[in-house]
Design a protein around this ligand. Structure first.
Ligand code: ATP
Length: 369
């Protein structure tokens, strides 16, 4: 079986995994992944992401469909014969071996000549910036350093494909953020193609070149992080990725260059046409950071549209930004986040203030499914 380079280095073709008893863990999933991509499978618990990863690794057999890596169908190849490596959340370094020996372990098992083992281990130690730590035991390293040793060990055998299962789940938030960037730099330097599983959307957004949002065994949307965030295809994806205000309404004006959508608390002037008709029921998705707050009525160019008034019921200060919960006339809550770009302001908006919320005609996404 061959595939052209354009068709994808890793091709997942209509793959199904049916465990029986009504549990279809992976349901007709297809995607082409390019060489050097970091591709994230993102979804909540039970959506099928681990099962898909395990099929790539060879620990599970697809019920139907094909997995093709660099033109070669992987069907029938046991895990150890696949040109890939899987790194787990519990990175399982051998505690009694030094860092150097941990990295050398798989190479020695493959009976590589000692000189080549030494050369590869040294290269890997340098790559993960642990050149001086070769003689230490894992317990003498920080969590982030241990993670880098695990990555070095996974990359030492020069796999064509690296599979990461919740790679940073064991690290605390700050270390996780630092390590995310380090891992991406290392993976990109080596140029290895990577599929990672995560339920942490920030991790997927920071690390991946593309994300597949999964639910109930299916890919709901595949795209670059910014595309998925700014142009979610469905209500589920909009709600799953980041914070969003979802407002149900109906199209009342339908023009090629704009539409107006009436919702309970406001009317939306959307500065582009949509596929639909007047009267159609839609949902408007509006991200909290795309809304402005003011005490005075906004002098918007779109008259009565793209604005609403409400009362601050709650606010949460996060340092660099503050999230306001504004109660609208219908009782619905509007989430608004504002950057704290100045240290002190005389006119800070606070609890129980009556405020205007307003937004631009390009702030929304109109969702029909
Ligand atoms: P988590 O984040 O909790 O690991 P996940 O998205 O990785 O979740 P999977 O582990 O792939 O989800 O499971 C997908 C579905 O398949 C679940 O409903 C699970 O119960 C079911 N499943 C997984 N493995 C088996 C198995 N060996 N036998 C039967 N059902 C299974």
């Amino acid at each position: 079986m061959t595939s052209t380079p354009q068709a994808g280095f890793l091709r997942i073709d209509d793959v199904v995994k049916d465990f029986g008893g009504g549990a279809v863990a992976v349901n007709h999933v297809s995607v082409d992944i390019a060489k050097g991509e970091i591709f994230a499978l993102l979804g909540s618990s039970g959506c099928g992401k681990t099962t898909l990863l395990r099929m790539l690794a060879g620990f599970e057999t697809p019920t139907s469909g094909r997995i093709v890596l660099d033109g070669k169908d992987l069907a029938g190849l046991p895990p150890y014969a696949r040109p890939l490596n899987m790194m787990f959340q519990s990175y399982a370094l051998f505690p009694h071996l030094t860092v150097w020996d941990n990295i050398a372990f798989g190479l020695r098992r493959d009976k590589l000549p000692a000189a080549e083992v030494a050369a590869r281990v040294e290269t890997m130690l340098k790559l993960v910036q642990l050149g001086k730590y070769g003689k230490r035991k894992p317990h003498q390293l920080s969590g982030g350093q241990q993670q880098r040793v695990a990555l070095a060990r996974s990359l030492a055998k020069k796999p064509q494909l690296l599979l990461l299962d919740e790679p940073l789940g064991a690290l605390d938030k700050k270390l996780r953020e630092e390590t995310q960037i380090e891992l991406v730099n290392i993976i990109e330097e080596v140029g290895v193609t990577c599929v990672m599983v995560t339920h942490d959307q920030e991790e997927a957004m920071t690390m991946a070149s593309r994300i597949a949002v999964m639910s109930e065994g299916r890919f709901l949307q595949v795209g670059a992080p910014a595309d998925i965030y700014e142009t979610p295809a469905t209500r589920f994806v909009a709600d799953f990725i980041g914070n969003v205000n979802l407002m149900d309404g109906a199209v009342t004006v339908d023009q090629p260059d704009h539409v107006v959508i009436s919702c309970a608390d406001c009317t939306h002037y959307v500065g582009h046409g949509i596929t639909g008709t007047e009267g159609m029921e839609v949902t408007v998705a509006l991200r909290p950071e795309k809304i402005q707050l003011s005490r005075d009525a906004p002098a918007g160019e779109h008259g009565p549209h793209n604005r609403t008034r409400g009362k601050v019921k709650n606010l949460a200060y996060f340092g660099s930004f503050t999230v306001f919960h504004i109660q609208l006339p219908s009782g619905a809550m509007l989430k608004v986040s504002q950057n704290n770009s100045e240290r002190h302001r005389d006119d800070v908006i606070t609890w129980d203030d009556e405020v205007w919320a307003h937004w631009s005609p390009s702030a929304h996404v109109v969702l029909t499914q």
